[in-house]
Design a protein around this ligand. Structure first.
Ligand SMILES: Cc1cc2nc3c(=O)[nH]c(=O)nc-3n(C[C@H](O)[C@H](O)[C@H](O)COP(=O)(O)OP(=O)(O)OC[C@H]3O[C@@H](n4cnc5c(N)ncnc54)[C@H](O)[C@@H]3O)c2cc1C
Length: 415
């Protein structure tokens, strides 16, 4: 089958992850039923399957509240009330704590909540349906701009897997870290693989964590224990890629023993209660965030080390900036896919993304080195941060997304 549907779509989003769905909902809410938004994703039939949980910072939480999704996940969201960071070898009996965070982003507002990705995606999907977003359970296979653009024929022609063709004024690539839409547009991503993978799983434990997040910088890389509701924690456990494969393949008992060596017994007995999965880790930033009638958001635009739990938060910042750019343009009667409109989005997001990419890369390099001298230097460095409340407050406000030119949705304002 290879036919073209007549209805023109204003914005077609490839990818129904958190970034793609949040953008779809924000656009429909901002521009109403006259603005046609479609999301295509081959995984739409079998969602949600992501075993990860994310630390959602205060600004991203405000965005989710502004689009009416936070209320659906709030009951199961675990506030992060404080955070400890330690630096030690696996065999150390006591892990020296050298950094603690216990501040609020703003009075009464924790700087982050842990939210499980699966339920968050399900809540976004329900909201997308309720706001009239058209959902297509197919991949976007290819797209092309008209060879001779004319004012009456300014759309992209997009083929879904299976052959059906759609026309859209703007295609948004929200298709994740290995974005085939970015590749098809000929936009290179610059960066490198760390040769590491992050093993993700969920554990239940006897004692409550009290809302404390822990990050242990072990020689192989960071091992994070992130608090979830109901005496559970999400684990993000970094290892060299081959070692991660070996650990994933272990029988349950052996995997449990390896996990316990790193987790410790401070929360009592632990039990693995979630699926185990490994994610390759790299730093990849697209050379451009826009192309002809194309915008990149979320992991399709940038992948960073999960060391600071910022990837999804950055994706939601893209959503806030692109939604505001499109809504402002459409209200003025401008074409949302025009170069001038897309340039505004790119200017808004590129610098911030580079800064976060560099910061997380630096942290990872500092902490993945096994030298005792480096250990001493970084203990000194972070120890200093811990002693300067002003600097730490800035760190927390940055994590909470309250620094710089903040788009409306991240301030909790409607578009
Ligand atoms: C171990 C780990 C822990 C993390 N922890 C945190 C954290 O605590 N906080 C945080 O902010 N971030 C965290 N992140 C990052 C975060 O998980 C990602 O940034 C986020 O999931 C990316 O969302 P996305 O919507 O951009 O892409 P994805 O969630 O990858 O969604 C992409 C979607 O596109 C679809 N797709 C693919 N190809 C096509 C196509 N051709 N056409 C249509 N659809 C297509 C896929 O089916 C998929 O549904 C973590 C990452 C890792 C690896």
């Amino acid at each position: 089958m290879d036919h073209e549907t007549d209805d023109r779509i204003d914005v077609l989003i490839g990818g129904a992850g958190v970034a793609g769905l949040a953008l779809a909902v924000a656009l429909r809410q901002g521009l109403g039923a006259g603005f046609a938004v479609t999301v295509a994703d081959p995984g739409l039939d079998k969602m949600p399957g992501d075993p990860r949980a994310s630390a959602i910072v205060a600004a991203a939480q405000r965005l989710l509240a502004a689009i009416g999704v936070w209320e659906a996940v709030a009951g199961e969201a675990q506030p992060i009330l404080d955070m400890v960071v330690t630096d030690s070898r696996l065999a150390d009996a006591v892990r020296p704590v050298f950094l603690t965070f216990d501040g609020d982003a703003e009075p009464g507002q924790p700087f982050a909540h842990m939210v499980e990705n699966g339920p968050l995606q399900a809540a976004l999907l329900a909201k997308a349906r309720a706001t009239g977003v058209v959902l297509r359970p197919q991949a976007i296979a290819e797209f092309a701009a008209p060879s001779v653009p004319s004012p009456s024929e300014r759309d992209l022609s997009v083929a879904l897997a299976g052959g059906e063709r759609l026309r859209t004024r703007l295609l948004v690539a929200a298709d994740g870290a290995r974005s085939s839409l970015r590749e098809r547009a000929g936009i290179p991503a610059r960066g490198w693989s760390y040769g590491q993978s992050a093993i993700v799983t969920t554990v239940a434990h006897e004692r409550d964590h009290g809302g404390r997040a822990e990050e242990h910088f072990l020689p192989a890389g960071p091992f994070a224990i992130l608090p979830l509701r109901h005496c559970r924690s999400s684990i993000v456990w970094t290892e060299q890629a081959a070692e991660a494969e070996r650990l994933l393949a272990l029988p349950d008992g052996d995997f449990h023993a390896e996990l316990e060596r790193r987790f410790g017994l401070h929360l009592g007995e632990i039990e693995v209660v979630g699926a185990r999965r490994a994610y390759p880790i790299g730093l990849w930033i697209a050379r451009a965030f826009i192309g002809e009638r194309l915008a990149l958001i979320g992991d399709a635009a940038h992948v960073i080390h999960p060391i600071a739990g910022q990837g999804l938060n950055m994706g939601l910042k893209d959503v806030a900036a692109l939604a505001e750019t499109i809504v402002d343009a459409a209200r003025l009667g401008l074409d949302p896919g025009s170069a001038a409109v897309l340039e505004r989005y790119q200017r808004w997001r590129r610098f911030d993304t580079m800064a976060m990419g560099v910061a997380t890369d630096g942290l990872n390099r500092l902490f993945s080195n096994r030298s005792d001298v480096l250990r001493f230097v970084r203990d000194l460095g972070l120890g200093l941060v811990d002693r300067l409340p002003g600097l730490k407050q800035l760190f927390i406000r940055e994590a909470a997304g309250l620094v710089g030119e903040v788009p409306k949705l991240l301030r909790g304002e409607a578009l």
